[in-house]
Design a binder for this molecule. Structure first.
Ligand code: 6LW
Length: 495
């Protein structure tokens, strides 16, 4: 069948994949958001269904002091001897940790800390040993991909950390994964940084410590030379073998907003690209080493598309996100209804405002929600970070109830329009395409424009960072006593 990239759309970066019990499992990074590290399951590598999150308890991950785009960096998932392991780095506390579970839909363990430098940890279970690698500095002061052996149950280091590879010369050597395939150990990594120069490179050797010989056509995968192409920034890949013996890279990439508009705001997304092993044991990837929009994969099935999201057809436990650890008493989730207590933490603070959001997964969206307030302000925010967000809201002021459109771009904070309302409830509407967000309020069946903001001002190229836009519902009240009721949430996409 023919499938279209990305296979998981929206802010799902730094993917890692493994197979277990005839299925595939995939995790992605989540930075400052909670719950952390979603887990997906697939039968065919193309259609993925979220079955859990690895980090669901405050005790597992420190997020309170985490700045936007810090916190939970790239994870790795591996399956060994009936158990799933996920390892990642909290870039704020600078700690690697491992959590495990024997039940992929259940809870994951408390963290086991590993004392090695760097980010992007990975694991290889091989011949009775457990190799732990990351990119950073080894115990002798040498930087690159560094590796030690660990006791998987305690995290204790059994050998010093040693640098095993220094890449091919690209900046930001990261995302190392080591595989034992037939006679060789393959070390796959990312270089070039997670922007337009991103790439996958690799080397191979006869032992887990090398020496490693670089593939002579590195980078094995990159779109850095494809100007005017929608898919950019491909890199950070994990190898996986299909049930039919075929090989693939699951990796990140992003979609720029237009052919000649190099901005992306939907975040780094998850892609699938075929890999071809030659008789000499070296592999190539994609279409002449690039990631294309469509590929063939064996199997007789159709690619599923999710174009419609409501309170009823989404799972609050799985898909909705909080900023850092939520103050739980501010959230009541009911049937087709969310009640949010206002807090004095605003969207402009890098803390945990009353906010619950879902990733924007395609450019063209119509988002609607009915909102009723008693005090304070509540609305829908298109949220990149505390300095870059567009908000449509209703608020109570001394002059009465108003609908307001707010555009926040760095230090530029603009109230685009204010509409006086006669009642304390209204339908807020946000309509987006690749380039714009238009914010509206519906009153007495009349649609009033509250403001328009260009998507590029929410992009990673403007805001920086590693996340993508989240469609958030929020409630703010300087007196901490308001309550806002959200009903009939709908987000509909058009491809
Ligand atoms: C991640 C690093 C990267 O850990 O971005 O794409 C960092 N590259 O590998 C944050 O996702």
């Amino acid at each position: 069948m023919k499938y279209t990239n990305p296979i998981i759309k929206g802010f799902y970066p730094d993917p890692s994949v493994c197979s277990a019990n005839g299925k595939y499992y995939l995790v992605t990074s989540t930075m400052q958001y909670f719950p952390g590290v979603p887990v997906f399951e697939s039968e065919n590598l193309v259609n993925w269904v979220q079955v859990g999150n690895c980090l669901t308890r405050k005790s597992q991950v420190e997020l309170d002091t985490v700045e936007s785009s810090a916190g939970v960096f790239a994870p790795t998932i591996r399956f060994f001897d009936g158990r799933f392991y996920m390892t990642t780095t909290n870039s704020t506390t600078r700690q690697h940790f491992i959590v495990w579970t024997d039940d992929i839909t259940g809870q994951w363990s408390e963290p086991i800390i590993i004392d090695q430098d760097g980010i992007d940890p990975s694991l290889l279970f091989d011949n009775g040993k457990v190799y732990f690698m990351s990119n950073g500095c080894d115990d002798f002061g040498v930087s690159g991909v560094v590796q030690c052996e660990i006791d998987i149950d305690t995290g204790e280091k059994l050998t010093p950390s040693r640098c095993i590879w220094q890449g091919t010369g690209g900046r930001y050597l990261e995302a190392p994964h080591l595989y034992h395939i037939n006679d060789y150990y393959y070390l796959v990594a990312a270089e070039g940084g997670t922007e337009y120069g991103h790439m996958v490179t690799y080397a191979r050797g006869n032992s887990p410590y090398g020496p490693f010989v670089n593939y002579d056509k590195n980078p094995v995968l990159t779109n850095r030379n494809l100007g005017g192409f929608e898919i950019q920034g491909v890199g950070h890949g994990d190898l996986i073998q299909g049930k039919d013996g075929s090989w693939h890279l699951i990796h990140l990439g992003f979609r720029q907003i237009g052919q000649w508009s190099p901005f992306h705001h939907l975040g780094r997304e998850t892609f699938l690209t075929p890999v071809f092993f030659g008789d000499d044991g070296w592999f190539s990837a994609g279409k002449d080493g690039t990631t294309d929009a469509q590929y063939e994969i064996s199997g007789d099935f159709t690619q599923s598309q999710r174009l419609f999201y409501t309170f009823d057809n989404t799972s609050f436990d799985l898909e909705w996100l909080y900023l850092r650890h939520p103050n739980e008493k501010n959230y009541t989730i009911g049937e087709n209804k969310v009640i949010l207590k206002g807090s004095d933490i605003s969207l402009d603070m890098p803390l945990s405002p009353t906010f619950i959001g879902i990733r924007q997964t395609d450019f063209k969206a119509t988002i609607t929600c009915d909102i009723e307030i008693d005090e304070g302000e509540a609305g829908i925010t298109i949220y990149m970070d505390e300095s870059h967000h567009f908000d449509a809201a209703i608020r109570k002021t001394e002059r009465g109830i108003q609908a307001v459109g707010k555009l926040n771009v760095g230090s530029i904070k603009h109230i685009a329009n204010v509409i006086e309302l006669t009642e304390n409830h209204a339908k807020l509407i946000i309509i987006s395409d690749n380039y714009n967000y238009n914010l509206y309020v519906n009153e007495a069946d009349e649609k009033h424009l509250l403001g328009s903001g260009q998507s590029k001002y929410l992009s990673s190229e403007v805001a920086c960072g590693f996340t993508g836009v989240i469609i958030g519902l929020y409630s703010y009240d300087k007196d901490n006593k308001s309550q806002a009721v959200f009903t009939n949430f709908k987000c509909e996409y058009e491809l």
